[in-house]
Design a protein around this ligand. Structure first.
Ligand code: PSU
Ligand code: MN
Length: 342
């Protein structure tokens, strides 16, 4: 108990002196190939602490063609800001990890000139891409790692990677799933990528001990933007406060796993959702028939653009609101413990 109390004091005094969160000491931050954008650094610091939402860049470098990728990345940041949170778009530029990208850096990753070789960065790629000073977009796996390193606890994205169809034979299972066991970050999404085996992905998440929570008034796990799936989750929350409380409860126990929040598409889009589903099914059939067809590659960008159109960035709004509530909870807790100590 004495230890806990001492630690409590220590983290208190650190809070006022230290601009960086506990996951990265000052010394390490100086030595690492890592830059935190001034706006994000200020949002992380105790004096001006603000809610932050991490965003990935694999969808910018590898998911969508220019200039749509740049437009969408900027739009996502804007939606986060409108919710009163600070966006931290994470990527790798010239072999340096960037937590929060400048406009120029984002443009470089969006490759509007079309002359770059951009890496899709998962955990396995981090050492090589940094040492070879390349540019790359971080997947959900890669983004989780750096968000956690910086102490960012909410992350907005479209679709989580998972078990691919036929994955029981090919063993094609995204590293996104395992990363959620080591990064205590809330991932707010529309579900998993539309090309996956949803049932097996949910089984895998259960085995890994990742809470899967439907964000809405249903237990149904959304089929990305194709409406309902045939699967239910064990938990649902209906508002940002309830979502933040889940993250907070886990954090207070020091649990290291992340949480997946999956928000179904708003009801008024259900009909369009069915249309999209038919298109996805057709695209998947085609790509299955002729291997990874050109059409198959183009379908993701089209779908991503479409989901934004259909949902109006709903999942982004949700994540912004959860980050705001989480910051509020932390503040309340901070005041509570100050009262107790004082
Ligand atoms: N969702 C999409 N398109 C994508 C991705 C997600 O609709 O390109 C990206 C995300 O960055 C996700 C990654 O983390 O794909 C997973 O890729 P893999 O299955 O190779 O791990
Ligand atoms: Mn894979």
């Amino acid at each position: 108990f004495a230890y806990t109390t001492r630690r409590h004091y220590a983290s208190h005094s650190k809070r006022s002196l230290h601009p960086l969160p506990n996951n990265l000491s000052r010394t390490l931050a100086r030595q690492a190939a890592l830059d935190i954008h001034p706006e994000v650094l200020s949002a992380l610091s105790s004096s001006s602490r603000k809610p932050i939402v991490a965003l990935e860049t694999a969808i910018v470098t590898n998911g969508m063609p220019p200039p749509t990728n740049l437009e969408i990345a900027l739009k996502l940041e804007q939606i986060i800001r409108e919710q009163g949170a600070v966006p931290a778009t994470i990527g790798i530029v010239g072999g340096r990890v960037k937590i929060g990208l400048t406009r120029e850096e984002l443009e470089r990753l969006a490759d509007t000139e079309g002359n770059q070789n951009l890496v899709k960065v998962s955990r396995r790629d981090i050492g090589p891409i940094i040492s070879q000073r390349l540019d790359g977009g971080t997947t959900i796996c890669g983004t989780l790692i750096f968000a956690h390193l910086a102490g960012i606890r909410v992350f907005a994205t479209g679709g989580l990677g998972g078990v691919h169809r036929g994955g029981q034979d090919t063993m094609d299972v995204s590293a996104d799933l395992h990363e959620l066991t080591r990064c205590p970050v809330g991932v707010v999404s529309c579900g998993v990528k539309s090309i996956l085996d949803i049932g097996r992905t949910l089984e895998y998440l259960e085995t890994l001990g990742i809470p899967v929570v439907t964000y809405g008034n249903t237990y149904n796990f959304p089929a990305f933007f194709c409406g309902e799936s045939d699967f239910n989750t064990s938990w649902k929350v209906n508002d940002p406060r309830a979502a933040a409380e889940i993250l907070d409860a886990q954090a207070r126990l020091g649990l290291q796993n992340g949480t997946l929040f999956a928000a179904p598409m708003p009801e008024q889009f259900a009909a369009q959702g069915a249309e999209v589903k038919a298109a996805v099914d057709q695209a998947i059939r085609e790509s299955e028939e002729n291997g990874m067809s050109k059409k198959g590659k183009e379908v993701t960008p089209w779908l991503l653009a479409r989901v934004l159109e259909l949902t109006g960035g709903k999942s982004l709004e949700n994540s912004g609101q959860i980050a705001v509530e989480l910051a509020r909870l932390e503040e309340e807790r901070h005041e509570e413990s100050s009262d107790k100590l004082g």
